[in-house]
Ligand binder design. Sequence first.
Ligand code: SF4
Length: 896
Amino acid sequence: MNAPVAPPAVPPPAVHTTCPYCGVGCGVLATPDGAGGAGIAGDPDHPANFGRLCSKGSALGETLALGTRLLHPMARGNDGALYRLGWDVALDRVAGAFRDAVARHGPGSVALYLSGQLLTEDYYAANKLAKGFLGTANVDTNSRLCMASSVAGHRRAFGADTVPGTYEDLDQADLIVLVGSNAAWCHPVLFRRIEAARAARGTKIVVIDPRRTATGDEADLFLPVRPGTDTLLFSGLLAHLSERGAIDQAYVAAHTTGFATALEAARAQAPDLPSLAASTGLPVADIERFFAVFTATERVVTAFSQGVNQSAQGTDKVNAIINLHLATGRIGRPGMGPFSLTGQPNAMGGREVGGLANQLAAHMGFAPDEVDRVRRFWDAPHMAEREGLKAVALFEAAARGEIKALWVMGTNPAASLPRADGVREALKAVEFLVVSDNVLSNDTLGCAPDLVLPALAWGEKDGTVTNSERRISRQRPFLPAPGEARADWAMVAEVGRRLGHGSAFGWHSAADVFAEHAALSAFENDGARDFDIGALSTHDAGAYDRLPPVQWPARAGTAPSTTRFFAAGNYYTPDRKARFIAPAPPRLAAQPNATFPMVLNTGRIRDQWHTMTRTGLSPRLGAHLPAPFLEMHPDDAARLGLTEGDLARVASVHGEAVLEVRVAPGQQGGTVFAPIHWTGETSSHGRIGAVVDGATDPFSGQPESKATPVRVEAWPAAYRGFLLARRPAGPLGIWWARVAVEGGEGLLFADSEGPDAWSGRAAALLGTQSVAEYADAATGRYRAAAFDTEGRLLGALFLGPAADRTRWQAVLPLFAARSVPASERRVILSGHGLVAGADRGPLVCACFGVAEAAIRGAIAQGCSSVERVGERLKAGTNCGSCVPEIRRMLQPAIPA
Ligand code: SF4
């Protein structure tokens, strides 16, 4: 008799969820493997990405390990150490501390600092607790650093924080103007969509940015404006549209006010082309080309991001852009409109909830009737009746000792806020600091919180997020909650109950919270408020669980005829007309001077997200740009005596960082660029937030992060080296940067001491006594390596003169291998064979692990286009984020 045939194993179903990184809001299919991991793929049915993911989204499966997770509530003991305690005791302490602070010092003495990484349900709960039950509007968020100027600009022009368009407009536009947006790196899936539109219909791309980024490289016209002068360009364009008779007089008359004043101001700021060219630094011919194509093209989308928002005049910049679309009536119709690209996964959800200090709730402000409406809906005893402290002002108040109890939720202000060293001190000055987060250690947790609460992370959380095009998507759990971690909304609800508000915080699930949020959006909303998702307020747990991606408005009882706003006016101002806003003349908040003669710009890189707590766990993502860097123009580098890879100190009046120099022709002379991602956890001197000036916009309160006067100088270090180790190693040398590598951890470091000081240290650093060493005092070289009995490389420590820096690319593949052949083991210490043969250069394509050397090799063998390189190596054929870099290699001489 034949043995019974086992039924085929049924693969676990894929869970439809949403990427936790940028504001594109890509749908993700996560298939749990039953061992704490998951397979990750793009969701082909999600309308934000139709199956595509960028390098960061594709690597989500590499970021699910629990090694860095906070798993239990902890309280600080008298000795300064953290000790476990139970949830009940922890939550009692939070409630008690906030109750006492309000009783002793008033509601203005307490605050919550939230995050665009929170889910909408978390945001809603925190906002309700503060504004309805603690009586304070001191609820702000790291989204203040991201898009607060877009919010303020929308509200000034439209009367509400409304994004008029949709992603389909990018497919249908004939001209896309990207302003202050490195979309190729920061919104990669959207940028691929833009490129697809270009291939399909010949869409022209204009990029306006002081810095030539990967996005600028892909543009049909790149306009490298002087920092801070983009408003002048838009003013000049408004005047040009008027001169050419391109104003939509009917739309302006019927649906707007203030055009004449705005036009007069625009003409005063940009009276003619020569003066505009002189002030922006752009060639007259390029300005004329831009003006001509904008004037002649009906379907124009102007998409903008942090380069516009992160400015002390960000709100005016947003309004200068909106003015152009109001003047031409190019808004709310297919393929046209101003489009704010949000940086964070749920900045939009936070805005919908009202989780900013200058909003109340559900797109309502602090007008008496709005306060009364929300009071009645919440049945709230202690309503906040005026705006609270925005992020920068909030931490300034904390530094003065005015904030007695602060709850930081899912963010790391000690690293990410401007003047970050001052923020560290401010956090330490708070009497009772509670931090809910999902990591054991970060810069903020280093500021002696009284209590830390373990929060759920992506893959465990249950709720919703809203992307840049107003599309609400579910983040669904596919992993069990680890340790004692809880949802943030559930922690808030427990505190609310402990403060005596059981019925107001009686939710049993995220679905309950969402239903209440949706009901508030529709409460007494007769169409006077844009944000209305009342149709979702009756969803039970099952319907909430099945909720497909849905774009708002979603009013109860009506199917929207369009998902765009304002084609026929009907703005949310009292007279239902949009407002033209005359921007103030542009000026940098802080001018370069003799002491700080250069201008520092900051931003994101392709493969990392925010402070790297998640993306930093992926070796693939760490391979692209493994150390904090400072980009500068070749002429500036030469003047300062710096070459590629040297260390440079960049200092402002607020603080300093030490970064690796990258010589970049696309950087304007007199300006430098540094990424925002490195913290005190991942580097010794990489916290660029400590340097950033952060003067705030008068309307939005958003800090300037793009134009800090700085001084740059060489930071000599006699020796440079690296450590590869299987277990986390402590800081090394006088400068270091930590990065995940395949099989362990890597540390790049610099030191003032040579081989004599390092000889003999390898055993402790590599965790074994069996270490082979090579030291040469004459050449200043020291190398050590350790193998196990199977020939596996346990670790390596290399040190050499800084001027002749030892690179680790050749050793990385050996460290990742299961075993190293004896012949190659010998050359590790000599170094020669490694450098000659195995150095693959930096990783370019993170999806397929293709390094620079392979791409250059393919080009040398005749691959003359991105497509040919892709056919040969697959590089650039998945998410496409590296296509601009491959194109750069094909065209090495990019003009500055
Ligand atoms: Fe995530 Fe990338 Fe999509 Fe942004 S573009 S949501 S980071 S996969």
